[in-house]
Design a protein around this ligand. Structure first.
Ligand code: AMP
Ligand code: ZN
Length: 113
């Protein structure tokens, strides 16, 4: 997708602070962090969001959580962190390339706002 911001980040055409990458995913610092750790984990494949995802994307959707766990371990925030897929504008989704938020490093309230 040539006009997708996150596809451009993966391609290196928009700068980002890379945290992790592998053959399936890319992770980078959120530009507007909501916690001391706020990393976005995205699939290299352009998937719009969970509700548009296909069954064939199921492994990828779950795999992003394993990448988040790895990053959380590296950062020593395993005591309490949150992984979030915002789905749709009503839930705050503003970029339509699937991305898992990893938030941690501070007390996280429940329920979220
Ligand atoms: P969402 O609101 O769930 O769609 O999340 C999109 C996230 O992308 C927000 O937390 C933004 O701060 C973040 N974001 C937008 N543009 C960039 C960028 N160029 N680099 C890093 N993060 C970004
Ligand atoms: Zn994309």
């Amino acid at each position: 997708m040539t006009d997708c911001l996150f596809c451009k980040i993966i391609a290196g055409r928009v700068p980002s602070k890379k945290v992790y990458e592998d053959d399936k995913t890319f992770a980078f610092e959120d530009i507007n962090p909501q916690a001391p750790t706020h990393v976005l984990i995205i699939p290299r494949k352009h998937v719009v969001d969970i509700k548009e995802a296909k069954e064939e994307d199921a492994e990828l959707i779950g795999y992003c959580h394993l990448v988040a766990a790895k990053i959380a371990r590296q950062r020593g925030i395993e005591n309490g962190y949150r992984t979030v897929y915002n789905v749709g504008p009503g839930a705050g989704q503003s970029v339509f390339h699937l991305h898992l938020h990893l938030l941690g490093g501070r007390k996280l309230a429940w329920p979220p706002g």
